[in-house]
Design a protein around this ligand. Sequence first.
Ligand SMILES: [Cu+2]
Length: 286
Amino acid sequence: MTRNLLSRLAACGSAGLLSHAALADPAEKDLSGWGQLNMPQGVTEISRQIYNMHMFMFWICVVIGALVFGVMVYSIFAFRRSKGAVADTSLTHSTPVEIIWTTIPAVILVACAIPAAKTLIHTEDLRNTELTIRATGYQWGWHYEYLDQGVSFYSRLARDSDAASQLDSGIDPGTVPHYLLDVDNPLVVPVGTKVRLLLTAEDVIHSWWVPDFGVKKDAIPGFINEAWFDVDPDKPGIYRGNCAELCGRGHGFMPIVVDARSKADFESWLKAKAAAQAKQPAAAAN
Ligand SMILES: [Cu+2]
């Protein structure tokens, strides 16, 4: 029992690492080498805004770090005691210095806060959405409902990942494509469409996270959280994510896969799915 738990926890950790590496699937996009270290630029306007914010802050930090450590290292070497340096005790207060080192950080903070606030407001702008999907997290999977179309299904860890993750399965996870990042029924969405996601959970708190969309929002029992994304029209494809809230033993085993299709493909998929579910109402939830 304990061994089983430990192996599951280890797998959770590796799922977390995998998710960073990519969500980075070399077959789907080139993120080899240094590209894996940074966050993805993504395929939505919001994700690119977030990426640009991140790089803006990053370079500010690099410049501040280089300046501060540069002055520090220079001072330590240039004014060391072995060279006869003596501490200057005459300077106890300087109003101009106080003003400078208060004003500059304040300006930097405001320069960061303005674009950050703009991006944050943009992420919460749920006007003019064209499709509404409710995603319900549970231990351990997702349930998706296309509210206006009456289509719903569960999305669980793909069987081959599940089999390989079992203790003493004898299956090398390295041989499983998209190990722990694949599901049986991906969420299908149209590109070039503002999709509203309503997030909730049935048991504990989960979090719906797809880095390429710039979306990460908690799914909380008893609450409905909202998020939206609009995949670039020229970027249909498969996008992967994870539950990002530690939600129990199977936390690392409830990936998210979104299949972004052209509008025409999406419509025909939706029609076929609705027709299939109408035929088999008892199995509709699956
Ligand atoms: Cu979860």
